[in-house]
Design a protein around this ligand. Structure first.
Ligand SMILES: [Fe+2]
Length: 503
C-alpha cells in the first residue's frame, strides 16, 4: 500500500514508490527504490516536498519490531534485476523488428547510401547551421514573433537527407558536440567541479549580500573577504571553465535548449528511418522534434533558471510550456498537424501519468510516442546541473524497465534495437585496457561494433590507425575481444569526432 510521507519523515529502509513530480526532473532515475543512504534522503529533501512509500516493499512509517523480511525482499529485487538484464541482452542481440505489432506500413528498410566517413563532414556543417537556426527561432519567439517554418523546413530537409544517406554521421556529430562542452580539455570533469563551483557561487552571493548590508549601515567594506571570494572564482574557472559558466543559468538554459532541440530532432529522424517511415513522415517528425520545447521560451526566467526544487505551483507553470509551444506553432504558418502533435504529446505517458491531457495508450499518436521516447533518452543521457548524464546503455536499460508505464512497449524495444548501447562516437575501454572510439555499429551484433583504437593498453598512443572489429579480432592471447566500459567523452583528452572522421 502506498502512503504519502513528507520528505523530512523519510528513513533508511523505506521504499520510495512515487515522487511528487516526474522522476526525470530529479536526480533519481530509478522509478521506485529503497532508501539506502542518508545522501538519498538529503537529495529527496532538496527536490521534493513529499513522496509516496510502499510499505509492502520497505519499512513503514511506524517501524515493525524485529522485521525479518528484508533479506527476502533484497533477494526478490536482485532476481528481478537479473531477469531484466537477461531480457535486455536478448533484445539487443535480436536483429529483427517486432513485425506486425507496430502501426507503420511494410516499407522496405533504408539502406546506407554513403559510408560514415563521406557523410560526417557534411553532418558537422549541418549541425552547426541547425544550431544557428534554432537559436534564431528561440530569439524570435521571445520577441513575440512567429517561427519561420520555411527556414526550419529547409534545415530539417537537409537533416532528413543526411540521416537517410547515413544515420550515424549526424548522431556521432551532435551527441559528441554536446558532451565536449561539458568536459574541459585538460581540467577537472564538470561533475567534479560543479559542486565546488556551486559552493563558491553561493559564498560569493553571501559576501555581496553582507557587503551591501555593511555599506547600507555605513561600515567599511571587508575587502579581504571579497578578495578571497574572487580568488575562489578564478581557481574554479581554471579547473573547469564550463562549471561557472553553467551556473550562469540563463545562458546554460539557452545552450541546453538549442542543443537538446537538435539532438532530439536527430534521434527522432534516426528512429523514424529505422521504422522505415517515408521521407514525408520523417520531415514532419523532424520539424516537430526540433520545435518540441519551443514553449519553454515563454516561461518566466525564475522558473526556467531554477533547475531544482520547483514547488507544485511552479511545476504547473513549467507544464505550460506544452500549451505555449502548440500556440506558437499554430500561430506560425506552415507547421503540419503531425509536427504539432509532437509538441502537444511529448510529455504524455503510456499509462496516462503524463501531462497535459493525461491521455494514454493508443490515444497518443505515433509522432507523439516517438517524441516522448527521444526526448526522455536525450534528457537522461545529458548533463544537467542536478544530474550527470548516464551512458546510453544505462539510459536504454532504464527505458526498457519503464516500457509499459511510460512508453508503448514495442516502440521502446524498437528504439533500443535502433540505438544499440554503444552509439557511434562512444569512447570505450576494451577488456585489453586499450582505448578507442566506436566507429561502426554491427546491426546484427550490437555488442560487437568496430572500434578505432586510440591508446594501447599501456595508454601509449597508436602510431598508425588500427580498427578493431570485435566480431573478428581476438586478444593477443586468443581470447574474446569486447568492450569493458564506456568512458565519458573527452576522457584522456580524446575527441571522438576526430577519430570518426579519420577513417
Ligand atoms: Fe518538454
Amino acid at each position: 500500500m502506498k502512503k504519502r510521507v513528507a520528505v523530512r519523515d523519510l528513513r533508511l529502509g523505506m521504499h520510495v514508490a512515487e515522487l511528487d513530480r516526474p522522476w526525470l526532473e530529479t536526480p533519481f532515475l530509478f522509478q521506485g527504490f529503497e532508501l539506502s543512504s542518508p545522501q538519498e534522503i538529503d537529495q529527496l529533501i532538496e527536490h521534493c516536498q513529499y513522496v509516496y512509500i510502499d510499505a509492502e516493499l520497505g519499512d513503514d512509517l511506524v517501524p515493525v519490531e524485529g522485521r525479518k523480511e528484508l533479506p527476502h525482499r533484497t533477494q526478490a529485487l536482485r532476481i528481478a534485476e537479473e531477469k531484466l538484464k537477461q531480457e535486455f541482452k536478448v533484445l539487443l542481440e535480436s536483429p529483427e523488428r517486432n513485425q506486425g505489432k507496430l502501426p507503420y506500413g511494410d516499407r522496405k528498410p533504408y539502406r546506407d547510401q554513403l559510408p560514415l566517413e563521406e557523410e560526417v563532414e557534411r553532418a558537422a556543417q549541418l549541425e552547426s547551421v541547425a544550431g544557428g537556426m534554432v537559436r534564431e527561432a528561440l530569439a524570435a519567439v521571445r520577441e513575440g514573433k512567429p517561427v519561420d517554418a520555411e527556414v526550419a523546413e529547409s534545415v530539417v530537409r537537409d537533416m532528413v537527407e543526411s540521416v537517410v544517406r547515413n544515420p550515424d554521421a549526424l548522431l556521432g556529430v551532435s551527441c559528441q558536440r554536446h558532451e565536449s562542452r561539458f568536459v574541459s580539455d585538460q581540467g577537472v570533469p564538470m561533475e567534479e567541479e560543479i559542486g565546488r563551483a556551486r559552493k563558491i557561487e553561493s559564498d560569493a552571493k553571501n559576501v555581496v549580500g553582507e557587503t551591501l548590508k555593511d555599506v547600507r549601515q555605513g561600515k567599511a567594506v571587508d575587502s579581504e573577504l571579497a578578495k578571497r571570494v574572487v580568488d575562489g572564482l578564478v581557481s574554479s574557472v581554471e579547473r573547469n571553465p564550463d562549471s561557472l559558466i553553467l551556473l550562469n543559468q540563463h545562458k546554460q538554459a539557452e545552450t541546453y535548449m538549442s542543443l537538446h532541440a537538435i539532438r532530439t530532432c536527430t534521434l527522432a529522424l534516426i528512429f523514424g528511418r529505422h521504422l522505415s517511415l517515408s521521407r514525408d513522415q520523417l520531415m514532419m517528425l523532424g520539424l516537430g522534434a526540433l520545435m518540441h520545447d519551443v514553449g519553454m521560451v515563454k516561461l518566466p526566467d525564475a522558473i526556467l533558471n531554477k533547475s531544482i526544487g520547483l514547488s507544485k505551483a511552479e511545476f504547473e507553470i513549467m507544464e505550460g510550456h506544452v500549451a505555449a509551444g502548440v500556440e506558437i506553432l499554430k500561430g506560425s504558418d506552415g507547421f503540419p498537424h503531425e509536427s504539432i502533435q509532437i509538441v502537444e504529446q511529448h510529455h504524455e505517458r503510456h499509462d496516462g501519468s503524463g501531462y497535459p491531457k493525461k491521455i494514454n495508450g493508443d490515444l497518443i499518436g505515433l509522432s507523439g510516442s516517438i517524441g516522448a521516447i527521444v526526448d526522455v533518452y536525450d534528457a537522461i543521457t545529458s548533463q544537467r546541473i542536478y544530474r550527470g548524464g548516464i551512458s546510453a546503455e544505462d539510459a536504454l536499460k532504464r527505458m526498457y524497465e519503464w516500457r509499459r508505464k511510460d512508453f508503448q512497449p514495442e516502440l521502446v524495444e524498437e528504439f533500443i534495437r535502433c540505438m544499440g548501447i554503444f552509439p557511434i562516437g562512444s569512447l570505450v575501454e576494451l577488456n585489453t585496457g586499450g582505448i578507442g572510439v566506436v566507429i561502426t555499429i554491427n546491426r546484427e551484433r550490437r555488442l560487437k561494433p568496430k572500434v578505432a583504437l586510440v591508446l594501447r593498453s599501456n595508454k601509449e598512443p597508436y602510431t598508425e590507425r588500427f580498427i578493431a572489429d570485435l566480431v573478428k579480432h581476438r586478444t593477443r592471447t586468443g581470447g574474446e575481444l569486447r568492450i569493458k566500459r564506456v568512458l565519458p567523452s573527452g576522457a584522456f583528452g580524446i575527441n571522438p569526432v576526430d577519430h570518426i572522421a579519420k577513417l
